[in-house]
Design a protein around this ligand. Structure first.
Ligand code: MN
Length: 717
């Protein structure tokens, strides 16, 4: 078990400028916060952050990263708020700890390759400081090393996640040492039997070839020394079990058939020496054609440089040789961490960002391209990095364009989920439909049976999928609505002339009518009336003899009660959101629960006024155009927007009091504007969303109760 003093010693040795005091405080803080907690191994919890910090110190990272390593589990595992970390250790450490905590909160469950790829991209998209990933990887390495202490199911889950997500990320970052360790440990826990069997076989082979490898090593050493090529390091090793395992699976061969089980690694001083050594080796043994790779001239995208070759010894024994300089070796092992050796306190924010941009690009380019279309796809991601990655509660990743909302998300699941979507929970909290998603959000869609999209959604959705589905639905609905309105208008017109519509609508008449209007069904005729393409009167004239229409219309407006008694047949229902055919008049902006009256406009559908609206009096001059309307009982999803004009005494805190009062009764405020005048009076205009007239009354009443409020009035829209 590592001791804190050993850690400090190591940090000092690596970096004399390190902020040891910061580390000391971080350790004490972490020890205090994790006090009493134990790991599954039974060890005190502090061992874990200490090991993580030690790993980061080995990577020669700066004090901020190491301090973050010591504190990385404090926010997640104890109830310490991140603000406290910021207070005690400053913004930089807090930023890294917050980043690590955020990554830890993401559920990963799918092992589908496509999902894993989105997930890795999302993870990297969420990170704005490379140290977050480095701490996370260090954390993962230690957790994997101690994985044996966990119960079986959790062990499998963590190992799978490591294999699918974290090892590939380490690989992308060129950190082969970390990648290798993670892969080996994941393999051991995911396929314990295969691992053991392979280990035993490879061990046999190793024993059998030990002498041979030593001979080869000696031969190379002698030849290079003779040619005056300096050797920094030369070692023979058996390849890693996981990579052998993959090879066996890929090529369907047995361990004995793996011809390059053994690899020799030669580290020299310079590039020139690398090529010289390669020449000497090829001169000594026969190279296997097609196995020579020059990653010095053409480095891998993650920065890896080395010469690779496979040769066959005089005794028919094949082995691989890797040749590189010490510097290349360090990059090969540590990858980005090698580039990332921080000089204390000298990280320019700009350089940091630029480097990160470059890093992201590099990661994108590195995607293995399987076909041209996929290549275009990956380029697109490059050109438009504006994507957000969020999750379903089951951990499925959804990649959406930035700005995508709950509604966009709902439509990616299923058209019906989109249509019936009434709200969403983001990370467990209810949010409005128009809420834009952020990376890493866990999104749960709340649906309501029978709910349907509204035109309003078109103003905030960003995906074409959602847009098309909503449009399609609304057009269908509008047609239905137009049909309904048209039929009622025709019925009403017929009644005025005492024409029995049912009798008049013979099959013949309908066929003629429809034909004239270029359609086939009576529904289309109704819709045409509803859309205002043709007047009800005009249609009626084609159904009844001219003479019956010449008579003065019955005075039905004088007896509205009688008509009411004929049931709501002729009524048109009004919803919260205006549609094209039935809309709430701007002058009085009626809301649910108010008494209302409809007025047939010329060509624009039915306008709905509140009964108390002054304009209604004028409308009654033309009583034929009046029509009964009622609130649609099905519709309870849309709030009504109402503006209130409030007169107040001009005092400090007035605006805050009013906002608090409104929010206090669970009412959404859309807009607030305040003006003051010379007479110590202020005017505040508040736009609120209410469910119905009762709700509105409640708001008005509670506002009147605020000290200093002189008057509250409902204003026109
Ligand atoms: Mn941890």
């Amino acid at each position: 078990m590592i001791r804190f003093e050993d850690l400090i010693e190591k940090v000092r040795r690596n970096n004399p400028d390190a902020d040891v005091e910061l580390l000391r405080r971080a350790c004490v803080f972490s020890a205090y916060e994790h006090k009493g907690q134990v790991r599954h191994s039974g060890e005190p919890y502090l061992v874990h952050p200490l090991e993580v910090a030690d790993f980061l110190a080995d990577m020669h990272l700066d004090s901020v990263a190491i301090a973050a390593g010591l504190l990385h589990d404090v926010v997640e595992d104890t109830l310490t708020p991140i603000e406290r970390i910021e207070e005690v250790f400053g913004a930089e450490v807090a930023h890294v700890v917050a980043g690590v905590t955020k990554l830890g909160a993401i559920p990963f469950s799918s092992s589908e390759e496509r999902q894993a790829e989105s997930f890795r991209k999302m993870l990297l998209a969420m990170v704005d400081d490379i140290r977050v990933i480095l701490v996370k990887l260090a954390d993962r390495v230690h957790n994997m090393r101690t994985l044996g202490h966990l119960p079986e199911d959790r062990r499998r889950r963590v190992a799978q996640e490591t294999k699918d997500i974290y090892a590939p990320i380490a690989n992308r970052l060129g950190m082969s040492k970390v990648k290798n360790e993670l892969e080996e440990l994941a393999f051991r826990h995911l396929e314990p039997e295969a691992y053991e069997a392979l280990r035993a076989k490879v061990e046999d082979r190793r024993r059998a070839t030990e002498g041979l490898i030593e001979d080869l090593r000696q031969t190379i050493a002698t030849k290079l020394t003779d040619a005056q090529v300096p050797i920094v390091q030369l070692e023979g090793r058996i390849k890693r079990l996981f990579s052998i395992h993959q090879k066996l699976k890929r090529q369907r061969i047995s361990v004995d058939q793996v011809y390059d089980l053994v690899a020799l690694r030669l580290i020299t001083n310079s590039v020139k020496d690398c090529y010289a050594a390669l020449g000497i080796i090829h001169h000594t043994w026969s190279p296997v054609p097609g196995r020579i790779k020059d990653f010095i001239a053409m480095p891998r995208p993650n920065g890896y440089q080395s010469l690779h070759t496979s040769v066959v010894s005089e005794r028919g024994f094949a082995f691989e040789v890797q040749i590189r300089t010490a510097e290349m070796h360090q990059v090969a092992e540590e990858g980005i961490a090698a580039h990332w050796k921080y000089k204390e306190g000298r990280i320019g924010a700009d350089r940091d960002e630029q480097y990160f941009l470059w890093l992201r690009q590099m990661l994108e380019w590195q995607q293995e391209v399987r076909d041209p279309q996929e290549f275009m796809q990956s380029l697109k991601v490059d050109l438009y990095p504006e994507e957000v990655y969020s999750f379903t509660p089951r951990g499925e990743v959804k990649a959406l364009p930035r700005g995508a909302t709950i509604v966009d998300f709902a439509y990616t699941i299923h058209t019906d989920v989109g249509h019936q979507c009434v709200g969403g929970r983001v990370n467990g909290k209810m949010v409005p439909l128009r809420t834009p998603l952020a990376n890493g959000n866990i999104v749960e869609i709340v649906t309501g049976q029978g709910h349907s999209p509204s035109r309003d959604w078109l103003s905030f959705v960003v995906t074409s999928r959602a847009r098309n589905r909503i449009r399609h639905f609304i057009n269908g609905e509008e047609k239905k609505r137009a049909t309904e309105v048209g039929r009622k208008l025709l019925e009403r017109e017929a009644r005025r002339y005492s024409i029995r519509l049912k009798a008049a609508l013979t099959e013949d008449a309908v066929g003629r009518l429809a034909g004239e209007l270029g359609s086939q069904k009576i529904e289309d005729v109704y819709a045409a009336i509803g859309y205002g393409k043709v007047a009800a009167r005009q249609v009626l004239s084609k159904l009844a003899p001219e003479s019956s229409l010449a008579e003065p219309p019955a005075q039905e407006a004088s007896a509205p009660r009688a008509r009411d008694a004929r049931s709501g047949e002729e009524r048109i229902t009004v919803r919260g959101f205006d549609d094209l055919l039935v809309f709430r008049a701007r002058c009085c902006n009626p809301i649910r629960g108010e008494r209302i009256v409809g007025y047939i406009t010329r060509g624009k559908g039915v306008s709905v006024h509140s009964l108390g609206c002054p304009n209604v009096v004028n409308l009654l001059y033309d009583p034929e155009r009046r029509i009964d309307v009622a609130w649609d009982s099905q519709d309870d999803r849309s709030p009504y927007v109402v503006r209130l004009a409030i007169q107040v005494e001009d005092r400090r805190g007035m605006l805050a009091d009013i906002s608090t009062q409104i929010a206090g009764i669970d009412t959404n405020i859309k807009k607030v504007e305040a003006t003051t005048s010379d007479d110590q009076r202020g005017r505040i205009s508040v736009t609120v969303e209410v469910r119905d007239v009762e709700h509105l009354d409640q708001v008005v009443k509670s506002l009147r109760g605020v000290t200093g409020v002189l008057d509250v009035e409902r204003a026109a829209r």
